[in-house]
Design a binder for this molecule. Structure first.
Ligand SMILES: *Cc1c(COP(=O)(O)O)cnc(C)c1O
Length: 486
């Protein structure tokens, strides 16, 4: 039990802090060492969680270790392990230990990463790492700028607020924004948050390869101009979440230049692929964006939360987000000493740059390049395996480490509806077995299985094992269907 005099100051003794902290580190290290032998999927209903966790607000203290043990036994295990090698769905979060510890330092010292005066070194490291990113994406390092955010959603929102101010000023009643039917839902959310009406959004259809149709984009812009509306921004995807597809960036950049539109690229999923030799070719034209969302807590292997927005001109951010309340007067400083609260929405910000800085310094950029190339190659190997089998059909080939496929055995006469049913069942069965996180998506009206392979711990053996299980489940379903027919 924590000594009473310390308790009312929310403190522990030195020995208690050390014992408590070392125990937590042991848990985390153990998780890194053993996660592959755990089940990646957590399944629990609201009733189960209620009965496990609901209690009245605790007025009196409990022993620190008791609370910790309860959390480690009852809370932490009831979450999916997004860094598990067989966690294939959504966008995995591979993370890395150095950044986990860096986050621990940032939190341990509770560093305020809002203004220069509060932490010059934190601001400097954000400027430094932002310059590394500007360099990686061939944005101008002197004039360009950016900010770390909680994630891609906030980066997209920050971009659109900036774009709206630069292109429309105060009156955006006629402004029109364009994005494809494969763009991430966070963009629509952001557009709604900034007060656009549904009539101001144009969802441009994609072609057979899930790329934004340039012809339909041009038609939409031309029609809007004829109607006296104000086209102002195109959002392209550099790696859609569904299929990893990159929109035709160079062509869209040219349209934006000719039409004087803001060019935002949502690279939250795929932009990191620029570090891989074979990824670079997919992202040609990315350097022509006015603003670019990158999401380090995805393919830059950072733990949550870390998103990033890069812009061509740092003045766009300060011009959009600077407010000058009296109580911040004394800490304004000079222009070169950036206050990141003037470059985005948050005032109080955690020290996100630290984990990016420490993990890059420790492992080196080459390690990141190799890991990303490994991921891209792994998806291509998976595609090759699926193509050799008479049971599987590729719906969207390996693209930036994402592959979509479905069970569709040659020689069996199965209706589209039944194929959808079987593939849905494969996913349901593998998820309820908790062996792998593999869920479906819908592409061109078909239910398909989707693997996103950005975890460097995933091996081709993991994938073969999962595919084997999927085939077994599929055959069970097929047999049951055929029995019903007889
Ligand atoms: C994940 C994702 C987002 C949203 O990012 P969060 O970090 O989840 O907020 C936006 N766009 C794309 C393409 C994504 O894949």
């Amino acid at each position: 039990m924590i000594k009473n005099d310390l308790n009312s100051k929310l403190r522990l003794s030195k020995e208690e802090m050390q014992q408590y902290g070392y125990k937590i580190i042991d848990h985390i290290v153990d998780h890194f060492e053993t996660q592959h032998s755990k089940k990646p999927v957590a399944l629990a209903s609201r009733e189960e969680m209620d009965s496990l966790l609901t209690e009245d607000i605790p007025n009196n203290p409990s022993p620190a270790n008791e609370v910790l043990d309860f959390v480690m036994d009852q809370v932490i295990p009831h979450s999916n392990i997004v860094s598990h090698p067989k966690s294939y769905s959504f966008v995995p979060g591979p993370s890395n230990y150095i950044s986990v510890m860096a986050d621990t330092i940032a939190t341990g010292f509770n560093i305020f990463s809002g203004g220069w005066a509060a932490s010059p070194a934190a601001a400097e490291l954000e400027i430094l790492t932002m310059n590394w990113l500007l360099d990686i994406f061939k944005f101008p390092t002197k004039k360009g700028g950016g900010i770390f955010t909680s994630g891609g959603s906030m980066a997209n929102l920050t971009a659109l607020v900036t774009a709206r101010r630069v292109k429309c000023g105060d009156d955006f009643s006629k402004a029109i924004i364009y994005l494809s039917d494969q763009a991430h839902s966070s963009n629509i959310k952001a557009i709604k948050v900034i007060g656009f009406k549904k009539e101001q959004i144009r969802i441009i259809p994609t072609d057979m390869e899930f790329k934004m149709s340039l012809n339909k984009l041009k038609n939409a812009i031309a029609r809007d101009r004829l109607e006296g509306l104000q086209p102002f921004c195109i959002i392209a995807s550099a790696g859609t979440t569904n299929t990893g597809t990159v929109d035709p960036l160079n062509e869209i950049a040219s349209i934006c230049e000719n039409e004087n539109l803001w060019f935002h690229i949502d690279g939250a999923y795929g932009a990191a692929a620029i570090l891989a030799n074979s990824g670079e070719q997919f992202l040609k034209g990315i350097e022509r964006a006015d603003s670019l969302t990158v999401d380090p807590h995805k393919w830059f292997f950072q733990p949550y939360e870390m998103g990033c927005l890069l812009v061509k001109n740092h003045n766009w951010l300060s011009g959009t987000f600077s407010e000058k309340p009296e109580y911040l007067r004394d800490i304004e400083g000079n222009e070169s000493e950036i206050n990141f609260y003037d470059h985005g929405i948050q005032l109080t910000r955690r020290f996100r740059a630290l984990k990016f800085y420490m993990s890059l310094k420790t492992f080196g950029l080459d390690a990141f390049k190799k890991a990303i190339q490994y991921n891209i190659d792994l998806a291509e190997q998976t595609e090759a395996i699926l193509r050799k089998s008479s049971n599987w059909e590729i719906i969207s080939p390996a693209t930036l480490a994402i592959i979509n496929f479905r069970y569709h055995p040659i020689g069996e006469d199965i209706s589209e509806q039944d194929l959808d049913y079987i593939n849905q069942k494969i996913s349901a069965k593998i998820v309820s077995s908790r062996d792998a996180l593999l869920v479906t998506t819908v592409l061109q009206g078909q239910v398909v299985l989707r693997m996103c392979l950005i975890n460097p711990r995933t091996t081709i053996e993991d994938i073969k094992d999962t595919l084997q299980k999927c085939e077994t489940y599929a055959k069970e379903e097929l047999v049951m269907m055929q029995e019903k027919l007889v």
